[in-house]
Design a binder for this molecule. Structure first.
Ligand code: SF4
Length: 179
């Protein structure tokens, strides 16, 4: 709650002293598959499939703060948006139970690869090291033809725990994404 409380003076400061086009509030998540520290070469490794394990200690207090931020948004100059991009009722659902939502067939991994200090290559910022840039003779375009990348791709349209909590995706309730 201490962290949430400092949000208000921070937002006020940004609004009055910096005046950016927009202020974004990212809701927290905890997903080992997206921590950027744990690299696994098997996409089905349990560590990559834990999903979003984050929970708020006191969801009812956070819901009150959420309403206060919405209220602030109506009063101040700089618009405030939340991420993931969800409507208010889904944001409330997320606050109550973050693990109840999952990414809906996100395609952004097609445009984003991450290369790490040791040459490991991962799709998007998912900690799945499917190859190393050295194995590809430094030709990054070969990554998309790699068998492990293609296998990974076949899992992305299905229920996908590695992307749970990602603020860039359209998150949906798990029940809507279970087939
Ligand atoms: S949901 Fe997030 S981590 Fe997953 S592919 Fe989309 S942008 Fe990348």
């Amino acid at each position: 709650m201490k962290t949430v409380r400092i949000l208000f003076p921070l937002i006020k400061f940004i609004d009055t002293k910096i005046s950016p086009d927009i202020i974004t509030v990212n809701l927290p998540f905890q997903n080992e598959a997206r921590g950027g520290r744990l690299f696994k070469s098997d996409f089905h490794d349990p560590k990559l499939q834990q999903g979003n394990t984050f929970s708020f200690k006191s969801p009812s207090d956070i819901l009150l703060k959420f309403n206060e931020i919405k209220d602030l948004n109506r009063k101040q100059k700089t618009p405030i948006i939340f991420k993931p991009s969800l409507n208010d009722s889904m944001l409330r659902e997320y606050i109550k139970n973050p693990g109840n939502l999952t990414a809906n067939n996100c395609q952004l991994y097609r445009n984003n690869l991450t290369i790490y200090y040791d040459g490991s290559l991962t799709p998007c910022d998912i900690s799945y090291s499917f190859t190393n840039i050295r194995e590809l003779d430094y030709k990054i375009s070969s990554a998309y033809a790699h068998k492990k990348f293609k296998d990974f791709q076949s899992h992305m349209s299905k229920y996908n725990k590695a992307c749970e909590g990602c603020v860039f995706s359209n998150q949906v309730l798990k029940q809507q994404n279970s087939n």
